[in-house]
Design a protein around this ligand. Structure first.
Ligand SMILES: N[C@@H](CCC(=O)N[C@@H](CS)C(=O)NCC(=O)O)C(=O)O
Length: 204
């Protein structure tokens, strides 16, 4: 399998963490497909021109990250990261959706900050910051209510969202300093799957 990726994308990181947790990382070849400024390589595998896209051995592609994560979870067998049915499945999917939504808001702020200053919208940034604050508050409640719960897909997405905020928006007043999040993060941040996927800006 090939994973069209970039070293900074949190959605790619989520997929890579899942692959490592499922023992599948050795079967995945990484293909550099940074979609900024030019999405054309990513678009050969995902019409939206985004990463991640996973190319399967039959040549077909899967996207976006929740779909790829579920595929790898099933492929890897063993203890599921996403329960196959029942209330716990919906809870994990909801947490993943919330953490991914925090990421969407964070990425929108990063993009806004890259625009020329006169074109930047304070209103858009404040709106996205509010979404992150509310999202992190719920995620903090979840992780603190069961700090040693299994590292399932919801927890993986939560960890990736925290990691991305530290990486790209450490100055943003968004609730990242919440002691419940900070203490969970310090407990899990050195997990091998997270350590091996720490984001970095690759130099050309
Ligand atoms: N919902 C998608 C989001 C993927 C996404 O937005 N990826 C970013 C990189 S962080 C991207 O490729 N952006 C390029 C673009 O928006 O043109 C997923 O979960 O995979």
């Amino acid at each position: 399998m090939q994973l069209y990726h970039s070293t900074t994308s949190p959605y790619v990181r989520k997929v890579r963490v899942v692959a490592i947790e499922k023992g599948l990382d050795g079967e995945i070849e990484l293909v550099d497909a940074l979609p900024w400024p030019d999405p054309s390589l990513a678009a050969t595998r995902n019409p939206l021109g985004k990463v991640p896209a996973l190319v399967l051995d039959d040549g077909s592609s899967l996207y976006d990250s929740p779909v790829i994560c579920e595929y790898l979870d099933v492929l890897g067998g063993g203890q599921p990261l996403l329960p196959p049915n029942g209330p716990s499945r919906w809870a994990v999917l909801r947490t993943q959706a919330l953490a991914d939504g925090v990421l969407d808001a964070a990425v929108s702020i990063v993009m806004e900050r890259r625009r020329p200053i006169p074109l930047q919208s304070l209103e858009a940034t404040e709106r996205a910051t509010g979404a992150i604050q509310r999202g992190l508050s719920v995620l903090a409640e979840e992780v603190s209510s069961s700090p040693t719960a299994p590292f399932d897909l919801g927890r993986i997405a939560t960890a990736v969202a925290i990691g991305y905020l530290h990486f790209r928006l450490p100055d943003l007043d968004c609730g990242l300093g919440d002691h419940r999040l900070a203490s969970w993060w310090s407990m899990i941040r050195d997990r091998p799957s997270l350590a091996a996927t720490t984001p970095f800006v690759s130099t050309p």
